[in-house]
Design a protein around this ligand. Structure first.
Ligand code: PMP
Length: 461
């Protein structure tokens, strides 16, 4: 038997990885040729790889490690819970203390009357739950035809068949028979790419009104819900124009459809409030949560449901659930994570201290010749790469070419920054310090300089 460990040479680990490990959202053959970077440890905002390099993680893993890496309290909470009750389900009229405690705490933190939690192990699962919740809700209310859910192109809601259908990623829909029936997509409020001659405010209104048009076309008695991320994350950190959400809220209220806020990224402090719905001032009936709920230390997600919807669902037998719904270890770890976020004032710090500091520094990247706009809310931000700021031009090369080149320069400079097409995005741990923010911006600037030089050399700009 091969003993795989941190002490193996990188090349051997890479060879075994290539032989046996299939990577998500990756072209396997390309990765095999290049070899993945092997991450061995992490502390705070810093990763260490198998070559001993220290890398600043400006993505908090996959937007999830809100309290930073290496918090021993979470490991202790997991160990305690594993010894006391490592697993039990909540299907057949049983419950346990970690699930009770976490549901109660989430209800306390969530806005309005979002007082009920249906647990899952991921954002994808939680959004699958939401599809079933919405359709079961309308069915129980005697309106079974109200099964259409409206979502947005370039939204991201997960990678299962249901959640991937809600998402508006055409590349995902092209593989494996998505979307499922009765999911309808409207356009996104992405002013930089799609706003044309309109002002951001005009464009925000126009894009919100596509919801009303869609409801009228499909039929108000057919539409059950609208789902959206308060701020699109995986689509490229698209912060909507100020006019967008108020208009969406008006339309949702007018037609009495359910509003689902997918808070998988925005939740738990990312935008400077506990939830993105508070930052955008909207009143969802259901929120999807995951990621920052446990800071990624355990896989856990859920649907947070308002009183009325929960009451209607309580009237039927809801034939839905996962073996790991409310997993006690995941719940115990999430609770400890929420305690730290709260007691250490981490969410407040994002709102009033390090968030504003990061905003000032991050927005200064817009002075770089390769950057058109730099926008950020709380600790999620993006910059648009462009050959011409004034006209918001796209590069002649295939979309994503320049983003990828820039991402590779960041990687080489030990900074994890992701690209979505030709937008560069950040979502660092919420505990990032001012010094670390300075390092982030220095490395980003250096990487942009290098990418810029290379683009000129190669005639791409
Ligand atoms: N919703 C949003 C807004 C997300 O960003 C993600 C993951 N990036 C998901 C849902 C899916 O979550 P998971 O990967 O945990 O299934």
């Amino acid at each position: 038997m091969v003993q795989v460990s941190n002490h193996m040479p990188t090349a051997e680990l890479q060879a075994l990885d290539s032989a046996h490990h299939m990577h998500p959202f990756t072209q396997g053959a390309g990765l095999r040729a290049k070899g993945p970077r092997v991450i061995t440890r992490a502390e705070g905002c810093w990763l260490t790889d198998s070559e001993g390099e220290r890398i600043l993680d400006a993505m908090a893993g996959l937007w999830c490690v809100n309290i930073g890496y290496g918090r021993k309290e979470l490991a202790d909470a997991a160990a305690r819970q594993m010894q006391e009750l490592p697993y039990y389900n909540t299907f057949f009229q049983t419950t346990h203390v970690p699930a009770i405690a976490l549901a109660q705490r989430i209800a306390e933190l969530a806005p309005g009357d979002l007082n009920h939690v249906f647990f899952a192990s991921s954002g994808s699962e939680a959004n699958d739950t939401n599809i079933r919740l919405v359709r079961t809700y309308w069915d129980a209310k005697g309106q079974p035809d109200r099964n259409v859910i409206i979502a947005r192109w370039n939204g991201y809601h997960g990678s299962s068949v249901g959640s991937g259908s809600l998402g508006g990623m055409k590349g995902m829909h092209a593989q494996g028979g998505m979307p499922i029936p009765d999911i309808h997509h409207i356009n996104q409020p992405h002013w930089w790419n799609e706003g044309g001659e309109m002002s951001p405010e005009e464009f925000g209104l126009a894009r919100a009104r596509e919801l009303e048009t869609a409801i009228e076309q499909i039929g108000p008695d057919r539409v059950g819900a609208f789902i959206a991320e308060p701020v699109q994350g995986a689509g490229g950190v698209i912060i909507p124009p100020s006019t967008y959400w108020p208009e969406i809220q008006r339309i949702v209220d007018k037609y009495g459809i359910l509003l689902i806020a997918d808070e998988v990224i925005c939740g738990f402090g990312r935008t400077g409030n506990w939830f993105g719905s508070q930052t955008m001032n909207i009143r969802p009936h259901i929120m999807t949560i995951a990621k920052g709920l446990s800071s990624g230390y355990q896989p856990i997600g859920g649907s947070v449901v308002c009183d009325e919807v929960a009451e209607v669902i309580a009237g039927v037998e809801f034939n839905h659930g996962y073996t790991y719904s409310g997993h006690p270890v995941a719940c115990a770890v999430a609770l400890e994570n929420l305690r730290i976020l709260d007691e250490e004032g981490i969410v407040t710090r994002v709102a009033t201290d390090t968030g504003p500091y990061l905003k000032e520094k991050f927005e200064s990247l817009a002075d770089h010749p390769l950057v058109g706009e730099a926008r950020i809310v709380g600790m999620m931000g993006s910059i648009a790469l462009t050959p011409d700021k004034a006209s918001r031009a796209q590069f002649a090369a295939e979309a994503g070419t320049v983003g990828y080149i820039t991402r590779e320069r960041c990687f080489a400079n030990n900074l994890i920054m992701r690209h979505v097409y030709d937008r560069m995005i950040i979502s660092p741990p919420l505990v990032i310090s001012r010094d670390e923010i300075d390092t982030l911006i220095e490395r980003a600037w250096k990487s942009l300089d290098e990418a810029h030089a290379r683009l000129k050399d190669e005639g791409l700009m």
